[in-house]
Write a protein that binds this ligand. Structure first.
Ligand code: ZN
Length: 200
């Protein structure tokens, strides 16, 4: 006989797959949910369903949205000839918090990591090329993080986009080496953006 009901075990196993959540933390969360009024668990379940039903990724920049295109791509007052390439949605949000950037974005949803089996085919690269050509983009800012994988991805992108006439720039130092953009304060991030250098 299992010590805990299968439903508990199942949820613990599923939660433990999330980044930063081990078995123990997963169990703690499940028992916390069980200790709350039933409405909380029901609301939680509904939120997950809403996520599946209503949230998708922008056809252009791959940001999360609830329609075909995200609010940034639909916003007519954004500069459309500059694209800031980021690894993750959280990085895009970090740039948005600076209020300093008025262009568009492109979310790769990852970085090159051959050891983890992430090759160029796993990133949203062809759609970036399409956008650059279709929208006559003048500048692409490579804002992948400054760790080894982020740098390797920026270099790969520079080669990938070499056939286009777009100006490529890389965010400046000021972003601590190995730093995840999400945790950098808006002022530092703004300086990194302002101080970007054109790649050779
Ligand atoms: Zn978009």
């Amino acid at each position: 006989m299992p010590v805990v009901p299968t439903a508990v075990e199942k949820l613990v196993t599923q939660l433990a797959r999330l980044p930063g959540i081990g078995e123990r933390m997963a169990a703690r969360l499940v028992f916390h949910i069980l200790s709350e009024p039933e409405t909380y668990a029901r609301q939680l379940a509904r939120s997950f369903e809403d996520l599946i039903e209503h949230v998708r990724f922008c056809s252009d920049c791959h940001m999360v949205c609830d329609g075909e295109f995200c609010g940034i791509c639909r916003n007519g007052s954004r500069e459309r000839d500059v694209i800031c390439v980021v690894e993750r949605v959280q990085d895009l949000l970090a740039f948005e918090r600076t209020n300093a950037y008025r262009g568009l974005y492109h979310v790769l949803h990852g970085v090159l990591a051959p050891i983890k089996g992430v090759g160029p085919d796993k990133l949203h690269l062809p759609s970036l090329l399409t956008r650059i050509e279709r929208d006559e983009v003048q500048e692409v800012i490579l804002a992948t993080s400054t760790d080894v994988e982020g740098e390797a991805t920026a270099l790969y992108l520079a080669r990938y986009l070499a056939s286009t006439s777009v100006t490529l720039s890389r965010i400046a130092t000021g972003v601590p080496l190995g730093g995840e953009l999400e945790y950098i304060d808006p002022n530092t991030l703004t300086r990194a953006l302002d101080g970007r250098t054109v790649m050779g």
